[in-house]
Design a protein around this ligand. Structure first.
Ligand code: NDP
Length: 473
């Protein structure tokens, strides 16, 4: 019998996705470059449903019902191109290839265009939730044609996470839209983690609190408006005690944060689009700073402030407020980036729907996303999430605390780039007049770049080296 859908690439993610499909009653064709993984899957989990294993790609493709639906879950990059070429050569017009790996959205755009010429639907699908999500219900962000969504949507919604009965899978938009949204999701994840790390660091340094004390603090925060998966697991990690030494686990881990690149991609794209995603950028740069041990060792001798006592109770609540406010800013920036990309690439993204599919399955899942969805439901054309009445009110409540936190951090020498840059962004947007006017003046002075006036139409230039008279440009 022919399979309903296939998965090629059976490492952690592909194997669990195939099992998830089989558990939902689909007959799943399975294939992997090295056949041992295919056999292991059928041997260990064959009882969970119907698997149709193949050692050769040709047999894999031949084992699929028409129009064929094949999901690729291989290491992103050159491997993906190789597997796409292999499958496409064996497929027919109308068939569908889904790339569930973490591809760059520009690669997805290129691949989609090339396969479209051959009549094959290429679906770049962001899949979030890691190993467990793939098995029990991920958040799925597929791009591609409307026809491909018709054929794939019901299956993807079936295996996705559900929140209040609503599946965390929606057709994001054409070509690279799905992988773009997954990229921004990961960027926001960077920012969330950076803000959590700053909260922990500041409270630990300022109050001399232990990781176990702080686990309690985070656990408490998780019962309020910060309720989220990442806050929840922060408490777990802070509570962990190293078996070998008896020390807190966080104290035996090397303080150098790794990155696979999706945060960097998000910032690179934001630079191209001209969208200030300072929260994500600071998170990427903070990881980069942590990765320079030679500079850090040398800089340890630089002068810093003497640590002095800070009031405990107020600081904990202030940090909670700063974390929440900075998180609102980071999400507002990420959603701005998606809106800008939607305009640039003609994707027609539904921002409220993006918040909806991130409510479950994925790493940034949080109650908070319901508030974002509500904000876009109330006004799909919000100029920035910050001015949604709910968020504006929260920022109003938080801002004094936020300022005290940044001031305290600066005073005692604890770096909080996430809090500080988010506050600078908030204050920047709030400003009636920005010093960008002076920047324009300087640009006109040295480069005759011209400027606009507040009171008249048209561009102007002042003859700086000459008579300093202004003329229309
Ligand atoms: P890996 O990224 O470790 O990739 C291993 C798989 O890729 C193996 O099946 C391997 O086959 C196959 N592969 C590598 N190169 C080639 C090639 N040239 N031709 C054919 N097959 C190749 O696996 P993961 O399961 O961790 O991730 C799969 C994808 O999902 C990646 O793109 C990843 O970025 C993405 N992803 C991962 C998440 C995670 O939490 N791990 C979360 C969300 C997305 P072989 O066994 O023969 O070596």
């Amino acid at each position: 019998d022919l399979a309903d859908i296939g998965v090629t690439g059976l490492a952690t993610m592909g194997r669990n996705l195939a099992r998830n499909l089989a558990r939902h009653g689909y007959a799943v064709a399975v294939h992997n470059r090295s056949a041992s993984r295919t056999h292991a899957l059928v041997r260990e989990f064959g009882g969970e449903g119907t698997f149709v294993p193949s050692e050769e790609a040709a047999d894999f493709v031949a084992s699929l019902k028409r129009p064929r639906r094949a999901i690729i879950m291989v290491k992103a990059g050159a491997g993906t191109d190789a597997v796409i070429d292999q499958l496409a050569a064996l497929m027919e017009p109308g068939d569908m290839i889904v790339d569930g790996g973490n591809a760059h959205f520009e690669d997805t755009r290129r691949r989609e265009a090339a396969l479209r010429e051959r009549g094959i639907h290429f679906v770049g699908a962001g899949i979030s939730g890691g190993e467990e999500g793939a098995l029990l219900g991920p958040s799925i962000m597929p791009g591609g044609s409307a026809e491909s969504w018709e054929a794939l949507g019901p299956i993807l919604q079936d295996i996705a996470a559900k929140v209040d009965g609503v599946p965390c899978a929606v057709h994001v938009g054409p070509d690279g839209a799905g992988h773009f949204v997954k990229m921004v999701h990961n960027g926001i994840e960077y920012s969330d983690m950076q803000l959590i790390a700053e909260s922990y660091d500041l409270l630990r340094q300022a109050l001399g609190a232990t990781p176990a004390d702080l686990a309690e603090v985070f656990r408490g925060w998780n019962r309020g408006e910060l309720d989220s998966y990442l806050i929840e697991i922060t408490a777990e990690v802070l509570d962990q005690v190293d078996a070998a030494t008896g020390r807190p686990f966080v104290d035996v881990v090397v303080d150098r944060a790794e990155q696979k690149g999706t945060g960097r991609w998000t910032v690179q794209s934001a630079l191209e689009l001209g969208v200030p995603v300072t929260g994500i950028a600071e998170a990427v740069f903070a990881r980069a700073l942590s990765g320079h041990p030679e500079q850090r060792a040398a800089a340890r001798s630089l002068a810093g402030p003497s640590l002095s006592g800070v009031g405990a109770e107020e600081l904990v609540e202030d940090v909670r407020q700063a974390l929440y406010a900075s998180k609102i800013v980071a999400y507002a920036q990420g959603f701005d980036q998606m809106a800008a990309a939607s305009r640039e690439y003609g994707w027609d993204l539904d921002l409220g729907a993006m918040a909806t599919i991130w409510r479950g399955g994925c790493i940034i899942r949080a109650k908070f996303l319901d508030r974002i969805r509500a904000a876009y439901d109330a006004d799909p054309n919000l100029p920035t999430l910050l001015v949604d009445p709910t968020f504006a009110a929260a920022l109003g409540v938080a801002q004094e605390s936020w300022r005290r936190v940044v001031t305290t951090a600066v005073r005692i020498g604890v770096p909080t780039p996430g809090f500080s840059s988010a506050l600078a962004y908030y204050d920047g947007l709030r400003r009636d007049r920005l010093p960008a006017a002076l920047v324009q003046g300087l640009r006109d002075y040295f480069g005759a770049h011209t400027y606009l006036r507040v009171d008249r139409e048209g561009a102007f230039h002042t003859d700086w080296p000459g008579d300093r008279a202004e003329r229309p440009a």
